[in-house]
Design a binder for this molecule. Structure first.
Ligand code: FES
Length: 283
């Protein structure tokens, strides 16, 4: 039987639900894509009937949606309304159509044998963690893999500028994830940034692992803390992407090589990279 590893087609919108201020969850009807995609991977979206915006835009998979028999039939993405593309997404209603291609990028690796898996999200950066938490806790299998527990515990450290930007916190709590919130203005959780929360949590133990996703200054700060405390840490990068398939080099980040450093393409070499691979002082 022929195995399809990639989906490219037009899909219908099932839901476009507001989660927080300017923050939405968009549900795309595609059993084929939902059966292929794994946590950490992304897809490209484009409006089939418009030339502007001309290029597709990358969105991380938030979760797959399963029917009563457990079969995945739809894919959720999360977005924050910030530019032309997302202002158009905000107007979508059930039954409207989008062009989609994916899954793209490499999924999060397995965190087998990890103690605390600490997921660190800034802004909309916690989007890929809902699926990762379910996979790591052995609650859901993705991309045809059976569910299998990987770590002892999942912790979410989630920071936004202010309380009304916090999105989907109860989705994590419902899974049994220990959630720690920070807001820059102190309107919810600890006043400050995610690194302030990390610094106040019990010092990481051998076997713990950090995974971060969010704005680059936050990732840099998390990477510095992880390296000074010698905690293994992955980052899921949100670089701007024009093609998503390794052709255009619009998404590159400097990474270490045996000879020094070179550029890696986030869309095909990532989006998940080890903090030790990235040459932070060249970004
Ligand atoms: Fe084109 Fe990565 S988005 S090479």
């Amino acid at each position: 039987m022929k195995t399809t590893r990639f989906f490219h087609g037009t899909v219908s919108i099932l839901e476009n639900v507001k989660l927080a201020r300017a923050t939405y969850r968009l549900r795309l009807a595609s059993a084929e894509l939902a059966g292929l995609i794994a946590p950490g991977q992304f897809l490209m979206l484009r409006f089939p009937d418009r030339w502007d915006p001309l290029l597709g835009r990358a969105f991380a998979m938030m979760d797959t949606v399963r029917d009563e028999t457990g079969q995945p039939h739809a894919v959720d993405i999360g977005y924050f309304v910030v530019g032309k593309m997302t202002r158009l997404l905000e107007r979508l209603r059930p039954g409207d159509q989008l062009s989609v291609w994916g899954p793209l990028g490499k999924p999060f690796p397995r965190y087998d044998g990890v103690g605390d898996l600490v997921l660190i999200g800034g802004g909309i950066g916690h989007t890929p963690f809902l699926a990762l938490a379910q996979r790591a806790l052995g609650l859901v299998g993705y991309a045809g893999q059976p569910a299998r527990r990987e770590c002892d515990r999942v912790v979410l450290v989630y920071g936004t500028r202010t309380a009304d930007l916090l999105a989907g916190v109860t989705d994590f709590e419902r899974l049994g994830v220990a959630v720690h919130i920070s807001t820059e203005d102190g309107s919810a959780g600890r006043a400050g940034r995610v690194t302030d929360v990390l610094a106040e949590l019990p010092r990481p133990q051998r076997g713990d692992y950090w995974v971060a996703c969010g704005p680059m200054p936050m990732l840099r700060a998390v990477a510095q803390l992880a390296q000074s405390w010698q905690v293994p840490c992955h980052v899921a990068l949100e670089s701007p992407m024009a093609c998503g398939t390794g052709i255009c080099y619009s998404c590159v980040v400097p990474t270490r090589t045996l000879e020094g450093w070179d550029y890696s393409r986030v869309c095909v070499d990532g989006p998940v990279l080890d903090v030790c691979q990235i040459v932070w002082d060249k970004i």
